[in-house]
Design a binder for this molecule. Structure first.
Ligand SMILES: [Zn+2]
Length: 158
């Protein structure tokens, strides 16, 4: 593989999620996250977040491009706990540390995703809920229903 290491590499923040760091690397290297994922040959447009997301990725080359020691990779991923009856690890950012996000904008730390985390493990501040984009709650059931209704109307018209 002849992939060059990324020219700009801000260091990962303490306990930063791989997905958060990859987003910051994309920013630092003036490309989009999907473009960087394509360069890293992750096989998908969103950055890996769990161990299973790494399936099919050639780890040595992936780490060499990021200049990341392969041993550090596991500590940047979320571990799914199949033995837990209830999902205690969030799939998306629901809380954050205002002090740390003020220091490094756009970061997302691994322990912030844990339902049982109340305080930032880096600076000790209390974690705050992340304000959601109201647009994220807009569902489109009517739009999805329309083609089917049209289809049945067309069938009835025949
Ligand atoms: Zn903090």
């Amino acid at each position: 593989m002849n992939r060059k290491p990324l020219p700009r590499r801000p260091a990962p923040y303490q306990d930063e999620l791989l997905s958060s760091w990859i987003a910051r690397l994309a920013d630092a290297n003036f490309c989009s996250v999907p473009e960087l994922c394509q360069y890293l040959e992750t096989g998908q447009e969103r950055p890996p977040e769990t161990q299973s997301d790494l399936a099919g990725i050639e780890i040595d080359g992936f780490c060499a491009t990021l200049r990341l020691p392969p041993l550090q990779l596991g500590s940047m991923l979320l571990q799914r706990r199949a033995e837990f009856a209830v999902e205690c690890i969030s799939w998306s950012d629901f809380q954050h540390c205002p002090a740390c996000t003020h220091k490094v904008s756009g970061i997302s730390l691994r322990h912030w995703r844990y339902a049982w985390s109340l305080q930032c493990e880096v600076c000790g501040s209390e974690l705050s809920p992340v304000r959601r984009d109201p647009a994220a709650f807009v569902h489109l059931p009517t739009r999805l229903r329309t083609p089917r209704q049209k289809g049945s109307e067309m069938a009835e018209a025949r």
